[in-house]
Design a protein around this ligand. Structure first.
Ligand code: SF4
Length: 302
């Protein structure tokens, strides 16, 4: 895509400025998103959108670990009821491509393949989301794969959505300061998935270096800049090494944060490669996971 095309796309996504003489209010969020869109696309030329820090030129076809190009495919866009109660019904948009390699990813094939699904223009998705809101959806949720891999598209989508839509970003928390800065103030709710409680498990199960420091930095930042829900999917055999330290850290450093604890682990995708993950969570482990949350003083939400 040429710079002129990028300019035209950003111009098309840019909302009208309000006319001060007419007294209409400025569409602040849409305008902020559109203003950032060009800079965000240029960031793809030296991609540092996540902690992988690949520094590849995605506009020129170079690929980093996520293998994502300059625009995403959408592998799901529909009403969902399986999220936290305060967020549903939500119109969920799932973008393909991810910067983690979790062996147990429930959507592994679609998440890891940035070409899965179809390329849908942001404006068309926004129209579907807006219709869903009018029909009773409470929120619009953007997820993946990992959505922060596609920050320019997120900005184009936000720029095309109503200013009063409640927007939720569901992320793995592996994004960088670059992506945080571009997204600041645009999503009402950040849902951050805290998967691992130590770097050894993160490296072994998701090939994610420096995992704990990166995710904790994002959690602290999100707590300051949005409504935050921290999610954790309890994994068999990982209560003491992963969930316990996550819960203890949250209780100490982000007291009062909402925590959504999942106990429905399913040994899908490549989980069979790791012996301890080759089964669902037991009833006893689910009870132990909840006990850890309570002992850590966490505010569990359904
Ligand atoms: S989004 Fe992350 S994994 Fe993908 S190219 Fe950029 S830095 Fe690499």
């Amino acid at each position: 895509m040429t710079h002129a095309q990028i300019e035209r796309e950003a111009q098309a996504a840019r909302p009208e400025r309000s006319d001060a003489r007419s007294g209409s209010r400025a569409p602040a969020r849409r305008f902020a998103a559109a203003e950032r869109a060009i800079g965000a696309r240029e960031a793809l030329a030296d991609c540092r959108l996540c902690a992988r820090d690949c520094r590849v030129d995605r506009l020129a076809g170079e690929l980093g670990l996520c293998r994502a190009g300059d625009r995403p495919c959408v592998h799901m866009a529909q009403i969902e009821m399986g999220e936290e109660l305060e967020l549903i019904p939500t119109f969920a948009v799932a973008l393909s491509g991810c910067d983690l390699r979790c062996a147990f990813c429930i959507a592994g094939a679609r998440s890891w393949d940035p070409g899965a699904g179809e390329a849908i223009p942001a404006a068309a998705l926004a129209r579907r989301a807006t219709a869903a809101l009018a029909a009773g959806a409470r929120t619009v949720t953007i997820l993946g794969g990992e959505p922060t891999v596609h920050v320019p598209f997120l900005l184009a989508l936000v720029a095309a959505l109503p200013d009063d839509a409640k927007l939720v970003l569901k992320t793995n928390g592996y994004g960088s300061a670059v992506s945080r800065q571009l997204l600041q103030g645009l999503f009402n709710v950040w849902c951050i998935d805290c998967k691992f409680g130590n770097d050894a498990c993160a490296a072994r199960l998701a090939n994610a270096p420096h995992y704990c420091a990166v995710v904790r930095e994002n959690v602290v930042w999100a707590a300051l800049h949005a409504d935050l829900i921290v999610r954790h999917l309890a994994m068999p055999g990982h209560l003491e090494c992963c969930w316990q330290p996550i819960a203890a850290w949250l209780g100490k450093h982000v007291p009062g944060v909402k925590v959504s604890l999942g106990t429905g682990f399913w040994p899908g995708w490549q989980a069979h490669r790791h012996q301890e993950l080759n089964r669902p969570l037991s009833v006893g482990e689910a009870g132990r996971a909840r006990a850890i949350a309570i002992q850590s003083g966490l505010d569990l939400v359904e």
